[in-house]
Design a protein around this ligand. Structure first.
Ligand code: MSP
Length: 508
């Protein structure tokens, strides 16, 4: 595989970034960093979804222009991702000229290919979802099942997309590409939905002007979901830079389960209609719950990433969500759970290990250990744990972050046992054991070096700090890890012990 193009949903600017949005974004970042570490050319895209009725109304309520609102909130998303060490290569805003031009080219192609027609739209619409509903889908009292708010009756002349034409082609694609929708349960859900029969749907609005004009009829703007989906293509040059587009397309889309249908049914059908390959994969994760409920403005249970970063640091933050939320399932956030995880895995297993080893290297060897390779039985166990951790990291390609991290932590566990088994403080008292002490310290430094490489997709900052403390030049994330994260001989270099990597957090 030569290249990997990974995307997050583009976030609505009606909400400020919270840990639910951050979950998708951090997961994507760990994946893309993993691919880069493996030597694969990878591109990571995120951005903001800025048009539509919901945004227009929010601006009106706040008494500002939509442009002012989107500029302000989009900046907050950028800042949140930079706070979380997200290494996106691009950030797309749907109000940017490049997106508008690309989206119009896309729409024109759909129109020219005969898959768009004018018709009367009559139906129910939830503005919070920016989605259509049928009477049967609603909760009692005509409420949207997701937002528990009243839906609205719409009636206007709109352009429709012939989604109904693509049911068989979609099923054939899903059949031929078993991993197209991940995980399996979501795939079944998509197949079930298609099997119920697909209906054409309205892709324009006659009564709104905060949107992208329909290229052949400027009295209408594009339905926000339709142009939002196109961001994945316009960001890599669709309709404008064919070479760039060919380099990166098709993409892997990471999405929450709530927006699976748009990504695994509507979007691939639109691409087929435009003569473009469907996405490589649509991977859906569950919801992050707080106190058992999905975060939302109405329930006032939204947590901003910065509230947690203040206590746990960026690396503690990223580690927790990757380690403790199983991709595909809902995850419940709790402060206690996060403190326990941090103290056990980061402060104790890894932080103490690093501190102890570096301390002994300073104390017993004035900061530099000769480059020797140990090969007693316990050294072998350490080597095996390192090899196992290296293999485990490959699980990132299959969204198995928690399992991979458990295996990587076995390396730190093995190193902690190795310290106990070899008791360097005892070796240090006996001049005849000088060579053995060198071997032991060298093996421990080596375990930390390999560990720094393997944790770098999840904790890029901590990995680099550990690397620097080990006295190593460069950075831990120079590809490919399958060559660098191999247990070998730690070079004879002076270490540079600094502050503890993960200071313990007081439970109270
Ligand atoms: N703008 C659309 C997406 C358009 S993509 C072409 C949208 N935006 S959103 O901001 O409401 O939500 C986007 C995504 O944020 C969700 O699909 C999901 O990935 C993430 N999450 C929002 N709340 C979440 C949780 N509580 N938990 C996990 N992820 C959540 O839909």
């Amino acid at each position: 595989m030569q290249s990997m193009y990974i995307t997050t949903p583009i976030y609505y600017v009606t909400d400020s970034p919270h840990i639910g949005h951050a979950y998708t974004t951090v997961v994507g970042d760990a994946i893309v960093r993993f691919y880069r570490l493996a030597g694969t050319d990878a591109r990571y895209l995120t951005g903001t979804d800025e048009h539509g009725l919901k945004v227009a109304r929010a601006a009106e309520e706040q008494g500002v222009t939509p442009q002012r609102l989107v500029d302000e909130v989009s900046t907050r998303y950028r800042e949140a991702w930079s706070l979380l060490d997200v290494s996106n290569d691009d950030f797309i805003r749907t109000t940017e000229p490049r997106h508008i031009a690309g989206a119009q080219a896309f729409l024109q192609t759909l129109y020219d290919n005969g898959d768009v027609y004018l018709d009367r739209y009559e139906g129910l619409y939830c503005v919070s979802c920016e989605d259509y509903y049928k009477e049967d889908d609603l909760l009692e009292g005509g409420l949207c099942p997701i937002h528990h708010r009243a839906v609205e009756q719409f009636s206007e002349d709109n352009y429709f997309f012939r989604l109904s034409k693509y049911g068989d082609a979609l099923l054939a694609h899903i059949e031929a590409n078993p991993d197209f929708v991940y995980p399996r349960t979501r795939r079944n859900e998509v197949v079930g939905f298609i099997n119920q029969g697909l209906e054409d749907f309205s892709i324009s609005r006659a009564t709104l002007d905060w949107g992208i004009p329909i290229p052949w009829d400027d009295t209408q703007v594009t339905y926000v979901w339709v142009e939002a989906l196109m961001n994945y293509a316009t960001a890599v040059g669709y309709g404008q830079d064919d070479e760039l587009f060919a380099t990166w397309w098709p993409a892997v889309h990471l999405v929450g389960k709530d927006i699976l249908r748009f990504h695994a049914v509507i979007w691939p059908a639109m691409l087929m209609a435009a003569g473009v390959d469907p996405p490589r994969q649509v991977a859906a994760h569950g919801w992050l719950l707080v106190g058992g409920e999905k975060m939302s403005k109405t329930t006032l249970n939204q947590i901003a990433p910065s509230e947690l970063v203040d206590t746990f640091g960026v690396d503690g933050y990223r580690y927790h969500f990757l380690r403790d939320v199983t991709f595909g399932s809902d995850g419940n956030f709790s402060w206690e759970g996060m403190v326990d995880r941090y103290n056990a895995d980061l402060a104790n297993d890894l932080g103490n290990l690093a501190n102890r080893v570096l301390n002994m290297v300073e104390q017993y060897r004035e900061g530099t250990v000769p480059a020797l390779s140990g090969n007693t039985e316990s050294d072998q166990a350490l080597r095996a744990a390192a090899a196992n951790a290296l293999t485990a990291l490959g699980g990132f390609a299959g969204y198995r972050f928690g399992e991979a991290l458990v295996d990587i932590w076995r390396l730190f566990g093995a190193a902690n046992s190795y310290v106990e088994d070899n008791a360097p403080w005892r070796l240090a008292k006996n001049p005849e054991e000088a060579d053995r002490l060198d071997e032991v310290l060298n093996a421990l430094l080596e375990a930390l070096r390999v560990g720094a490489i393997l944790i770098s997709p999840v904790m890029p900052g901590a990995a680099k700090r550990l690397w620097d403390q080990l006295g190593l030049a460069g950075a831990p994330d120079t590809a490919p890890y399958t060559e660098t994260a191999v247990f070998g001989v730690f070079p004879a270099i002076p270490i540079a012990r600094g502050n503890p990597l993960f200071p313990r957090i007081d439970e109270d």
